[in-house]
Design a protein around this ligand. Structure first.
Ligand code: NAI
Ligand code: HPV
Length: 529
């Protein structure tokens, strides 16, 4: 597979990709036009904040399976457009949290004690001892906007300096805030008004875009603002003015609306705004961590495994992953088989989980079942866009769970319906790690979900199975396995054949011509594994 790297990334992860046999092309010096050409046969992109991944770039990369963001923020990636195209977007959410939290603390100290100002003056030969007056943290209030991974680490660190902690994060539970010793406030204005130091740690989204404006800054009178999140969160001109006018004592900023920062950016000119060039995550270990983490995500995507840090696909926590992993493939296969047996227009899909698996978060498995259902119809269907395809087609999707087990510890049932008829296919994982389709339309079978299958509904009469076998032999089709079950003696039976190769049209016609055969369906699974 081809991996194109568009921003400088530590070699640790790239070496891992090369070792796994993939081609890694460094395109860090490519301009936009060159990049559009370079990605034509890329299966994966590795980007940092320096590359804009938009519709144009995605369309120039028709083979693309995954965009790996070697870092956390994905605001430079059009995630919606990637989802539409079935492209995974994954990031490295843990890897640079500590580095960024530490830099935030460093900037808090630097702005509160005017360290860069004193440094510059002294280097210029001026002993500014009498001019520089700082602020202490002790007894002051820290306001954290966005109490996620980084915000929490910053709160822990600055909390140790005997600061009171308040936070604004509408998506965090009171319980979690209590555990952290942080008071959650209901609105951002209160957070700014109560705090002496405010630190921003939200992603840049439509909701947070420029949400720190002149009015909000006025609430932080005589305080300090630190931004190690994203430049676009703040009205930069308003911040520079608030500091210059003495409304704020100071500010420290690592990130800018436009990067590299424009020379006329007002923040560069305001004396008490200290700045760093987006280096919060620039430590040796953070760089290695993000590189390795994103390489692992890409390897999972290439292997068809769950991409645990996908931001546009249902993901599974590390803890539940081993339990649900086998069912991801089984659900996809059950969806494919059900859909091919239905043979028509799907109106609704019901996915039922029975047994221990019902206790788990099965979002990934459901997405995979939908991928199976839609794959015969939409060649680009995958677990990333399958839910969206269902929505767009108006297909009703339901998920149900029951702990009550009958003959299997765990069972995934995919039932598809065209409004008039429905087909259900059930799959499980045997103890020896073998996936099996164990029921089709309620008939107990034990089919290996692989390659070519022939599902035959036939009358339960002597000689039918022999007849089918001899027709297969006539066309040189080898039967790898066969599973037969019937509703009642002499009634209807269902037989599933695992075949070593695809049965041709003539063979199917010859079977269908016999009046003991009610219906035959060739199912191709093409799993390639
Ligand atoms: N300067 C740098 O080099 C770095 C910057 N970052 C930036 O930091 C951001 C945060 O990273 P993490 O803490 O790892 O993310 P996270 O996802 O763990 O935390 C973000 C928090 O923001 C909260 N949030 C979302 N919308 C909000 C809103 N409207 N108001 C208040 N809170 C809101 C979320 O509930 C969540 O708790 C990233 O999105 C990235 O943009 C991340 C790493 C390095
Ligand atoms: O991880 C993030 O979100 C960062 O902002 C780190 O910055 P970078 O991608 O290394 O430019």
């Amino acid at each position: 597979m081809n991996v194109v790297v568009t921003d400088a990334v530590d070699d640790a992860g790239l070496a891992r990709l090369r070792q796994a046999g993939h081609d890694v092309e460094l395109a860090t010096d490519a301009d936009r036009e060159e990049l559009l050409e370079l990605v034509a046969d890329a299966h994966a992109l590795i980007v940092r904040s320096g590359t804009t991944v938009d519709e144009e770039l995605l369309d120039a990369a028709p083979e693309l399976a995954i965009v790996g963001r070697a870092g956390i923020g994905v605001d430079n990636i059009d995630v919606e457009a990637a989802t539409d195209r079935g492209v995974i977007v994954a990031n490295a959410p843990e890897s640079n949290v500590r580095a960024t939290a530490e830099h935030t603390v460093a900037l808090a100290f630097a702005t509160a004690r005017k360290i860069p100002q004193g440094h510059m003056q002294l280097k210029d030969g001026y002993w500014a001892k009498g001019d520089i007056l700082g602020s202490e943290f002790n007894g002051k209030t820290l306001g954290v906007v966005g109490l996620g991974r980084i915000g929490q680490e910053v709160a822990k660190r600055l909390g140790n300096l005997e600061m009171d902690l308040v936070a604004y994060d509408p998506y965090l539970s009171e319980e979690r805030a209590r555990q952290l010793g942080v008071e959650l406030v209901d609105d951002i204005e209160t957070c700014f008004a109560q705090a002496d130091f405010v630190t921003l740690h939200t992603p840049r989204t439509a909701e947070t875009d420029s949400f720190v404006d002149e009015e909000l800054l006025a609430e932080l009178e005589d305080g300090y603002l630190i931004n190690c999140a994203r430049g676009g969160l703040i009205d930069e001109a308003a911040l520079a003015e608030a500091v210059d006018d003495g409304i704020l004592y100071g500010a420290a900023v690592d990130v800018f609306e436009t990067e590299p920062v424009e020379p006329d950016n007002p923040l560069l000119k305001a004396e008490n705004v200290i700045v760093t060039p987006h280096i919060a995550a620039s430590t040796e270990s953070a760089k290695q961590n993000v590189s390795i983490s994103i390489a692992d995500q890409i390897l999972s995507a290439f292997d068809g495994d769950i991409v645990t840090n996908a931001v546009n696909a249902p993901s599974a926590g590390e803890a539940v992953y081993p339990t649900i992993r086998p069912y991801v493939k089984i659900a996809e296969t059950a969806g494919k088989v059900a859909m091919q047996l239905l043979g028509g227009h799907v109106e609704s899909v019901e996915i039922t989980y029975t047994g221990d698996i019902a206790d788990e978060n099965v979002d990934v498995v459901t997405a995979s079942a939908l991928q199976g259902v839609f794959s015969p119809l939409e060649w680009q269907a995958n677990a990333i866009n399958a839910e969206r395809i269902a929505e767009e087609r108006g297909v009703d999707v339901t998920e149900s769970k029951t702990r009550q087990v009958e003959d299997f510890n765990n069972l995934v049932t995919v039932e598809v319906s065209d409004g008039d008829h429905s087909v259900s296919v059930e799959g499980t994982q045997f103890d020896d790690d073998d996936p099996r389709i164990v029921r089709i339309q309620g008939y107990r079978v034990e089919a290996i979900p692989h390659g070519h299958m022939l599902v035959v509904r036939n009358r339960d009469e002597p000689g039918v199975i022999g007849f089918i076998g001899s027709v297969m032999g006539e066309y040189d089709i080898n039967i790898a396995g066969m599973f037969n079950n019937r509703e009642s003696r002499g009634g209807e039976a269902l037989t599933v054949y695992n075949l070593d190769s695809a049965p041709g049209e003539e063979l199917l016609e010859e079977l269908a011509a016999d009046d003991r055969i009610i219906e035959t369906t060739h199912i191709s699974l093409n799993n390639g594994d």
